[in-house]
Design a binder for this molecule. Structure first.
Ligand SMILES: [Cu+2]
Length: 470
């Protein structure tokens, strides 16, 4: 707004007035912009900058799943942001609270959204109990702004504020995270998204009507506890998108026929094959920039490896409530899915009563599979995220973790991100129970003559000599 004000004075032709206005605004503005805080884990409405759109044309702002975009202020032609690294309490799902470290009240931190060519100044205040830095993953910038503590800059001490400044030189999908005690700080939830929109029509960047973004992250929160174990390398039990787990993850909403972009970054310690039902998408960009058209092919699952970012784009041309999830089945499970012995096929009859005399809490789990866990109202330690949760219109969805839905509706208004509710299927278009008793017997051709002379299948397994016994 400052810019618009100055420009108006300038075009009025009164140079003296312009100088006066500039000096007044410099005095009126505090040295460091306000650190805007967010208290809610709900998905915030897309943030449209007031008055000006920076260096570029108007853009369609991104929507951060269960997150928000950090407002900036314009000062002397520079977009100024203020990030505060601090302990936060994140609601990962309704009623499930985890002590994390994050930025400006939440983990992940707010999304930084700018336009190619923008000059950006980012103040970072450290309210953590230890030093930190911020690395701006994927950005072209001066070496001294890259944020690797010890290599590019001194660490930001506790209680101090550092300032980073550079030009957002290339459009695309980026993220930010500490490059100081990374194992701890990222395991505690410190990370955020960054989107740079192109300043003019870019040959490899389509205009989209919906632009979603989220980070993949993972935590190890022991059932009944509230603080993640930071030394866990791979056996995390909470698999999250933007520090939220299903059913706490907002659905992605689109109007029928809209072009949708989903930007995903991975800051866990393992890869995540992201799968969307109902449509085919293309990977149109990475954290290295937009992909050449010749390199794009249709997919329904794409792997997002550790430290990578992917832009998925599709036309939302099939109405419905489509599942969207990580395809690693353990990553759509909550905390109780690990370290439980497989009980499938084990007959517990006659065992429960004697066991309960010795162990009053003993209960049978999973002798027919684990689906019971989705329905069971088992008593869990306080503040424990159950293994499977979330109920759809037809019963438990048996998912928890990296799972949400893509809701495509003909009647959804342009720019309306509200949840349209449950999809009403046209009659006759849903899988249904058939009464097999009354179904006509299928006729099948007689088996070929040779098969009747073949003896029943049998095989002798011989282990190679010297093989290990398992
Ligand atoms: Cu996964």
């Amino acid at each position: 707004m400052t810019n618009a004000l100055n420009r108006r004075h300038f075009f009025a032709g009164a140079a003296a007035t312009a100088v006066a206005a500039a000096s007044v605004s410099r005095v009126a503005l505090a040295a460091i912009p306000e650190a805007v805080q967010q208290t809610s884990a709900d998905t915030a409405a897309p943030w449209t900058p007031p008055g000006v759109t920076g260096a570029g044309r108007p853009y369609n702002p991104v929507v951060t799943l269960n997150g928000w975009t950090l407002p900036w202020r314009m000062k002397d032609g520079v977009k100024e942001f203020h990030l505060v690294a601090e302990p936060v309490v994140r609601e990962m799902a309704p009623g499930f609270l985890v002590n994390m470290w994050g930025y400006n009240g939440q983990s992940p931190g707010p999304t930084i959204e700018v336009v190619e060519g923008d000059r950006v100044r980012l103040y970072v205040t450290n309210r953590l109990p230890e030093h930190t830095t911020i690395h701006w993953h994927g950005q072209r910038l001066p070496n001294g702004m890259d944020g690797v503590g010890g290599l590019n800059q001194p660490q930001i001490p506790v209680g101090k504020t550092f300032v980073y400044e550079f030009t957002a030189r290339r459009p695309g999908t980026f993220m930010y995270h500490p490059h100081a005690d990374e194992m701890t700080q990222m395991a505690m939830g410190m990370m955020g998204f960054w989107v740079t929109h192109p300043k003019q029509k870019h040959p490899l960047i389509e205009d989209v009507q919906r632009d979603y973004c989220f980070l993949l992250n993972a935590f190890d929160v022991e059932p009944g506890s509230r603080t993640p174990q930071v030394n866990t390398m791979l056996d995390q039990n909470i698999w999250a998108w933007n520090s939220r787990v299903f059913p706490g993850i907002t659905p992605l909403v689109a109007r029928l026929g809209e072009r949708v972009r989903v930007r995903v970054g991975n800051l866990t310690m393992t890869n995540h094959p992201i799968h969307i039902h109902g449509i085919e998408f293309e990977v149109t960009g990475t954290d290295g920039g937009p992909t050449p058209r010749g390199s794009r092919w249709p997919e329904v699952t794409t792997d997002v490896a550790v430290g990578q970012m992917r832009q998925l784009e599709f036309i939302a041309d099939e109405p419905g409530d489509w599942a969207m999830h990580c395809h690693k089945s353990h990553h759509t499970m909550g905390a109780m899915g690990h370290g439980v012995p497989t009980m499938i096929g084990v007959d517990h009859s006659g065992l429960v009563k004697p066991m309960q005399r010795a162990v009053p809490d003993y209960m049978v789990m999973g002798e027919r599979g684990m689906a019971d866990m989705g329905e069971m109202q088992m008593e869990l330690p306080a503040n424990t995220f159950p293994m499977m949760t979330g109920t759809g219109p037809y019963g438990p969805i048996e998912m928890g973790g990296m799972f949400t839905t893509l809701k495509v509706r003909a009647e959804q208004k342009t720019g309306d991100y509200s949840d349209p509710g449950v999809y009403k299927m046209p009659p006759g278009t849903q899988a249904r129970l058939v009464e097999t008793g009354s179904a006509p017997t299928a006729t099948r051709p007689a088996p070929a003559a040779t098969s009747t002379t073949t003896p029943p299948t049998s095989a002798t397994v011989r282990k190679p000599a010297g093989g290990h016994q398992h």
